[in-house]
Write a protein that binds this ligand. Structure first.
Ligand code: PMP
Length: 287
């Protein structure tokens, strides 16, 4: 795989950054993960806008203007002959002496790492995921603005560790005051009486791009949607539950903390929205 590092594409073995990069030393940097469908990067503008906002939140200057970043992302597909892929673009504070002051680093480091990706297996969508509500709480927005998609993912990693200990595939974090917030890498939706519910942005979640697509699809298909405050009991009593993110799209949850969600199978609204999502991708990616 050829990886873009600062100015050029280099072979994976040569794609190395300094131990004095503040991304390594402090997790001081931002990133985005995009999905390519048949050579088309879905919602690329939304990902680039979020990358820019994340960088602004940390006072990191994005090293190139949007059109050049777009070109580089597409080039990282073409130089690697990839059509269906995930791409991670990272911008760290850059190399500088040890110390927290951002002024110690002169130039941000830009890295673009692609990998081939053909989606999760169909069997996974049929089975659905097993979710665990973990004790690790989502970092409150008064501590770190959740709109900053930073390289510092420890909160999420701790949630993932606990989910694995609980034999679950995803860990769901609560807000400090006990409301459902989000998964370690995903947003949450519940269905109850043919209405959709999702934790409100004010609870300190990352406003996922896939979440936004689901909100749009709900509107178009007249499915009532509430961005609100939910409790674990709402999850356990839900008719359906699903998670969203760029790589999973819409993934059914059929079990949470040992309890069956609905009938323990992916529900009709989840399946309908997933089809609608895939139609949306095909529509936006038509050439
Ligand atoms: N929440 C968190 C904490 C995430 O890491 C992700 C993955 N980026 C999401 C939600 C989903 O975001 P998106 O739909 O933009 O991939």
């Amino acid at each position: 795989m050829r990886i873009f590092l600062n100015h050029r594409f280099v072979p994976e073995q040569k794609a190395v950054v300094s131990v004095l990069d503040h991304g390594f030393l402090y997790g001081d940097g931002v990133f985005e993960t995009l999905r390519a469908y048949d050579g088309c990067l879905f919602r690329i503008d939304e990902h680039l806008s979020r990358l820019k906002e994340s960088a602004q939140g940390l006072e990191i200057t994005v090293p190139h203007p949007f059109p050049r970043l777009r070109r580089l992302l597409y080039q990282s597909l073409s130089v690697n002959h990839l059509h269906n892929a995930m791409i991670r673009i990272c911008i760290s504070r850059g190399v500088g002496p040890i110390g927290l002051d951002p002024a110690l680093c002169r130039k941000p480091t830009l890295v673009i790492v692609p990998k081939t990706f053909n989606g999760y297996p169909v069997s996974q969508y049929r089975r659905g995921l097993n979710l665990s509500v973990v004790s690790v709480r989502r970092t409150p927005r008064q501590s770190v603005d959740p709109r900053i998609k930073s390289m510092n993912f420890l909160n999420n990693i701790l949630a993932k560790i606990q989910a694995k200990q609980n034999h679950a595939e995803e860990g769901l974090m609560l807000s400090l005051d006990g409301h459902l917030a989000e998964g370690s890498i995903s947003n949450l939706f519940l269905v109850k009486d043919r209405r959709l519910y999702t934790p409100a942005a004010e609870l300190g979640i990352l406003e996922g791009i896939t979440r936004q697509v689901v909100i749009e699809l709900a509107g178009k298909n007249r499915i009532p949607l509430h961005e609100t405050r939910l409790r674990p009991s709402d999850l356990y009593k839900a008719d359906e539950c699903f998670l969203t993110n760029t790589s999973m799209e819409i993934m059914p949850v059929t079990q949470a903390d040992g309890k069956r969600i609905g009938h323990g199978k992916p529900g009709p609204i989840t399946r309908f929205l997933h089809e609608a999502y895939r139609d949306r991708v095909r529509w936006e990616c038509r050439t």
